[in-house]
Write a protein that binds this ligand. Structure first.
Ligand code: AMP
Length: 217
């Protein structure tokens, strides 16, 4: 089957990271701008410290820094199926990505209350695995920590930043006919099933499209 490039849009706490990790075990390259930034923020450089400061306050890192980071990863993984998690977050970022083939943009729908509940219970294994202290607790003996920006006031700020831009990002991809809705309030396995179905459909559409292109004179 033709390889797909997928975008996951949705509020913090909607499960984008968990589902992107699942896709990475199926051969997708998981591109999480949050992870790239967290790595960059460990540097003692001026840039690293500036990024850390913004992330700690739940703000958005300037687009030019995001482009630098993401460009580098996309070049390294050129030709592989990609899943973008947490990118694009602004219309400018979506426009920047539009020279690249995107096959489907999944919007993870979830209420603020449910997202806040999940964020409050989220912990991360040292290997990056995401756990929910109630529904998917880390196995005994596994070391875990809470993200530096996992605090209630920052969750509220991040949700607000997201909701301010959600409609315009969705319209951007809806106009291109690429937007698909995922009911992210369901269990992790059910959400994974929804995504599998959406990707199968997107895959066969992409195949039909390239067959038509190959036939046209
Ligand atoms: P995430 O891991 O996706 O929840 O992102 C954590 C934080 O990284 C966000 O709250 C932002 O401060 C920053 N961030 C992640 N992705 C982006 C992006 N595409 N544009 C701007 N800032 C971002």
């Amino acid at each position: 089957m033709k390889h797909l490039n997928v975008i996951f849009l949705g509020p913090p706490g909607s499960g984008k990271g968990t589902q992107a990790q699942k896709l990475s075990s199926q051969g997708f390259i998981h591109i999480s701008t949050g992870d790239l930034l967290r790595r960059e923020a460990t540097a003692a450089s001026h840039k690293g410290q500036a990024i850390l400061q913004i992330m700690r306050q739940g703000g958005l890192v300037p687009d030019h820094l995001i482009f630098e980071l993401i460009d580098d990863v996309m070049i390294r993984h050129c030709g592989a199926p990609l899943v973008f998690d947490g990118f694009p977050r602004t219309l400018n970022q979506a426009a920047w990505l539009s020279s690249f083939r995107v096959d489907v943009a999944c919007i993870f729908k979830i209420s603020d209350a449910e997202a806040l509940g999940r964020l409050g219970r989220r912990v991360m294994g040292l290997d990056g695995a995401i756990y929910d202290t109630e529904r998917l607790p880390p196995p005994p003996g596994v070391q875990y920590l809470r993200r530096a920006d996992d605090a209630y006031a920052i969750h509220i700020e991040r949700l607000q930043q997201y909701r301010e831009r959600e409609a315009e990002l969705c319209s951007f991809y809806a106009r291109k006919g690429l937007l698909r809705t995922v009911d992210a309030s369901q269990s992790c396995d059910r959400v994974a099933k929804q995504i599998e179905t959406l990707l199968k459909l997107a895959g066969s559409l992409a195949e039909k499209k390239s067959a038509r292109l190959a036939e046209s004179p």
